[in-house]
Design a protein around this ligand. Structure first.
Ligand code: FAD
Length: 409
């Protein structure tokens, strides 16, 4: 049977204590937009020795680069993702999501999506220049593919264009719903190549990722957008109006390999990354619901004695078991270095996201008027959970992809 290791369980206990002491008191201010989450994330990184881990990782990278005589060149395929240990990452996401899924999402978009994209596809020089400051949390990251006119159809609908101009590229377009964008220092932005020799229709043009820095002329961001949930995670737009960047800001520094595959890898990791978030939400809602059901009395009896309440708790428990097994399945795949097939990754996301939303809404229901009040965490978790069914590919897109894989010849 797969289980968390003793080391991971210990980390889980420490994280839970840290969240209770350091994060929980700040969540109300973050939820109201009075406090940004980034310094607290840095504190989390410091407490758990992230800087040391990053230093060690870059020392190894430097050795490898020296051995290979690489001062630039292509990305190093084995250097996937921003974190080394998938189990520790899952524990971290579960614990943060028990309290604030938005905090976990911003943290993930910063280190996992933005840092991860650079570490997976960047040259050695790019990893040192942008990857290291992102992973050591000096610079805040945002990963931008979605546009006002293209979301589910992110590749074919993309209209952000990059035109070659001597030793530079000039980018024009707009991105939306981008996590961390209003406060980001480093952006990974996807754009289609707009070059004279390109004869293909716009839908099929090659897509490349560019690294942009805050302060680049022509790059602007919106103020945080107002949204239903995930309030601890700032979301915004990115505007590109003749934003001119040197060629070494093309991720991987080559037009030979395009970035659709890289972005697909990120979609895949976003899909598998949902299960630990969902598990954190479900665990917290189930625990709070059990406690509440035992304490709250109507007609002189604890509501836990009513079968309708028991049915809710039992369904929550079933979802928790299933989603936990999905997390373990993902960790097993990481341990054995096997990639989860796309249909299965989609199935995990579809199930886990729906389960988290259902459980959180049922927790609200079980707590009656209290459940609807801000004071009770389940109200926030219910709003946050809904995003899991939309971000990183909607439920419908998971279904369409599963069906396509099933019906493939
Ligand atoms: C809080 C938040 C944070 C986000 N963070 C980021 C980020 O950091 N970076 C980033 O790039 N993006 C981000 N996104 C964008 C997110 O990935 C998209 O919102 C998502 O992929 C859906 O795209 P859309 O909003 O354009 O919906 P649409 O594609 O317009 O879909 C609208 C509806 O139509 C349905 N639909 C579409 N096509 C089909 C089809 N073929 N069959 C059946 N139904 C279909 C959808 O399922 C959905 O119900 C974020 C979004 C949110 C809300």
């Amino acid at each position: 049977m797969f289980e968390f290791t003793e080391e991971q369980k210990m980390a889980q206990r420490m994280l839970r204590m840290w969240c209770k002491k350091e994060l929980e008191p700040l969540v109300p201010a973050m939820e109201k937009g009075e406090l940004l989450p980034f310094d607290t994330m840095r504190k989390l990184g410091e407490t758990f020795g992230l800087r040391g881990i990053v230093e060690a990782r870059f020392a190894r990278l430097e050795e490898k680069a020296k051995a290979a005589g690489a001062s630039g060149g292509g990305g190093e395929a084995e250097d996937k993702g921003a974190f080394g240990d998938a189990g520790m990452l899952a524990v971290l996401v579960i614990e943060l999501s028990r309290l604030s899924p938005g905090f976990a999402m911003s943290f993930g978009a910063w280190l996992g999506l933005t840092g991860g994209a650079i570490m997976a596809k960047g040259t050695y020089a790019q990893k040192v220049r942008w990857g290291k400051p992102l992973l050591s949390m000096e610079k805040i990251g945002a990963w931008a593919i979605t546009e006002p006119q293209s979301g589910s159809d992110a590749f074919s609908g993309m209209r952000t264009m990059a035109r070659r101009d001597g030793d530079h590229y000039v980018l024009n377009g707009q991105k939306t719903f981008i996590t961390n964008a209003p406060f980001a220092d480093t952006f990974v932005v996807y754009a289609k190549l707009d070059v004279e020799e390109e004869k293909r229709p716009i839908e099929e043009r090659p897509i490349h990722a560019f690294v942009l820095e805050k302060g680049t002329p022509g790059l602007a961001v919106s103020k945080p957008m107002e949204k239903m949930g995930m309030h601890t995670s700032p979301t915004g737009e990115v505007f590109l109006a003749d934003a001119r960047v040197p060629k070494d800001q093309l991720l991987g520094e080559t037009e030979a390999s395009q970035s659709r595959e890289g972005a697909r890898d990120v979609f895949h990791s976003e899909r598998t990354g949902i299960a630990p978030m969902a598990l954190g939400i479900i665990e917290r809602c189930l625990e709070d619901s059990v406690r509440y059901a035992k304490e709250r009395k109507t007609w002189g009896r604890a509501i836990a004695e009513y079968q309708l309440t028991q049915e809710k708790l039992a369904r929550m428990f079933v979802h928790r078991e299933n989603v936990r097994n999905m997390v373990f399945r993902e960790l097993w795949a990481a341990k054995t270095k096997t990639k989860i097939p796309m249909a299965e990754a989609c199935a995990c996301k579809l199930y886990a996201a729906r389960a988290a939303t259902e459980v959180a809404m049922e927790a609200v229901q079980l707590m009656g008027g209290n459940g609807y009040m801000r004071e009770f965490c389940v109200e926030q978790l219910a709003r946050d959970a809904k995003l899991l069914q939309i971000g990183g590919g909607t439920d419908e897109i998971q279904i369409v992809t599963i069906a396509r894989e099933l019906l493939r010849e």
